[in-house]
Design a protein around this ligand. Structure first.
Ligand code: GDG
Length: 479
């Protein structure tokens, strides 16, 4: 059934990317394959139960496709032109908002034509949602590419209940205030009934921005938006998670455990395998990690016979200049360290600029004695949670940056400040030598956290809060 012959959907997810990818076979035949993200897994049951649809971009410029049902999910594609991909997506989303929201680790670029394209594209997504939503439907907008959609949508469809979830950090006001369009962004988000953030700190950064820019009254966790009638917006932390049991199930499969052993053998069976898995992104602190490891080898505190670092750096945003430069820097450093320290039989860093299937990722998690998450700023960091969920054996040490959302929850990780290279080196040495009993104690506590708080619970918590708010605009003094 298409949206033309129905009254609209009761539940709609709007995200920049659709949960399906268009794949073209060798024979030139196009089909749709579900992308393996946790968000799809979490929302699929909700979609089915609530007569849902997903609105998003198919990932290729100038691809105009009619709504269809792909892998059981109702899909409503939004087309982007080549110019829009350049200006709205690679430009404003990935080269303005991304660095700005990640503590300006890289300098954000501000271009008025990128902003104009962001407005146009946000309007297109809002129009698509307005056209597809049934009377009184729930619409859940995802992430920083679509911050104007809540207000745009509310202005034409006040009957809807609108949620927004920000997957990346929301920066402190001193940084956010750089943005020439800061007021429009905050105003756009306030069109939602519930605005979800990864951390408590993100929600309070947002509330402060609202007070400073618009002067609205905030009573944590609520923001009062004046108007006729006035509205109450809930701005609160809903830390995202993963499909924990599916990671554990994969890890328990004998063939994946065999693959983990094979990986270790391929590395020359070192005593300790350390692992990093990241999109190749400057927020992930890959350079800091490599520097610390290189220094440990140079100091003689670890040797290549005993310790190997496996670094998976999956290709990302390859047309954005800062990412090209980062790749050069990382690969230069890996080459130098390997040139200086590798032997004929042992490689210091096994570096992979590839994406892998999830099975291979889980085999890597099982093969790794120590997982290194050294992000300089990260909304959550799902890799940390995936590692924990996969270690059903209770073994393995997680070294985790305190600048990730995950660090608020995984208190028993070895928490580090990645800027403090000496501290990072000490934590790596501590992880390598950690007694089994201590590893297990820490891992047990972290596993409890990740298995209890999975992505299904995350979406249920968010949607419960959203439906609660939908029950009526309540006076601030009478919550
Ligand atoms: C954003 C926020 C927040 C990576 N390489 C491969 C692969 N991956 C998977 C990981 C993990 C996901 O990609 C990456 O998620 P992260 O959370 O680590 O980071 P971002 O991509 O930056 O995600 C982040 C997240 O949104 C969710 O809200 O946590 O803070 O920045 O699932 O496993 N998966 C496969 N092959 C790879 O090579 N199969």
């Amino acid at each position: 059934m298409t949206i033309q012959d129905r009254d609209g959907y009761d539940f709609i997810v709007v995200s920049n990317r659709l949960p399906v990818d268009r794949v073209v076979s060798a024979e030139g035949e196009a089909s749709w394959q579900r992308s393996p993200g946790g968000l799809v897994t979490a929302l699929e049951p909700v979609m089915r139960a609530a007569d849902g649809a997903w609105i998003g971009w198919a990932g290729q410029p100038d691809l105009d496709v009619e709504p269809f049902v792909g892998d059981g999910i109702h899909i409503i594609p939004v087309a982007l032109s080549t110019d829009e991909v350049e200006n709205y997506y690679e430009g404003f989303s990935n080269d303005t908002l991304w660095p700005l929201y990640h503590d300006v680790i890289a300098p954000p670029s501000y271009h008025r034509e990128w902003w104009e394209s962001y407005v146009v594209v946000n309007q297109r997504f809002a129009d698509a949602a307005a056209a597809a939503a049934a009377e009184g439907a729930v619409v859940w907008v995802q992430d920083y590419q679509l911050q104007l959609v809540p207000k745009m949508l509310r202005s034409v469809r006040p009957d809807l209940t609108i949620g927004f979830f920000n997957h990346i950090p929301f920066p402190p006001y001193g940084i956010f205030s750089q943005l020439p369009w800061r007021t429009q962004i905050v105003d756009g988000l306030l069109g939602a009934d519930v605005i979800g953030f990864q951390r408590v700190a993100d929600a309070s950064n947002f509330s402060r921005a609202v007070r400073r820019l618009l002067g609205h009254v905030t009573k944590n966790p609520y923001i009062e938006v004046p108007g006729e009638p006035s509205r109450r917006v809930l701005a609160k932390a809903f830390p995202i998670s993963i499909d924990s049991t599916s990671f554990e199930e994969l890890a328990r499969r004998p063939e994946i455990q065999a693959r983990a052993r094979e990986i270790r053998e391929g590395l020359g069976n070192p005593q300790t395998v350390m692992l990093g898995v990241d999109r190749l992104d400057y927020t992930k602190g890959i350079g800091h990690r490599l520097k610390a490891f290189g220094e440990l080898l140079a100091d003689g505190r670890v040797s290549v016979e005993d310790v190997t670092l496996v670094q998976v750096a999956s290709p990302s945003r390859e047309r954005v200049q800062a990412y090209m430069q980062l790749r050069d820097e990382v690969e230069l450093t890996v080459g130098r360290i390997n040139g200086d320290f590798s032997t004929m039989s042992h490689t210091a860093i096994s570096y992979h600029h590839h994406g892998y299937p999830r099975e291979e990722m889980v085999a890597l998690y099982l093969a790794a004695d120590v997982m290194l998450v050294t992000a300089l700023r990260d909304g959550m960091n799902l890799v940390a949670k995936e590692y924990v969920a996969s270690r059903f054996d209770g073994n393995g040490v997680l070294v985790l940056s305190e600048f990730t959302g995950a660090s608020d929850e995984l208190r028993r990780a070895l928490r580090i400040n990645p800027h403090d290279i000496d501290g990072l080196k000490d934590a790596m040495v501590q992880a390598i030598g950690m007694p089994v009993a201590e590893r297990q104690r820490r891992m047990r506590a972290m596993r409890k956290q990740v298995l209890q708080n999975d992505v299904e619970r995350w979406s249920a918590d968010f949607l419960t809060a959203l439906r609660g708010e939908a029950e009526g605009d309540v006076d601030l003094d009478d919550p």
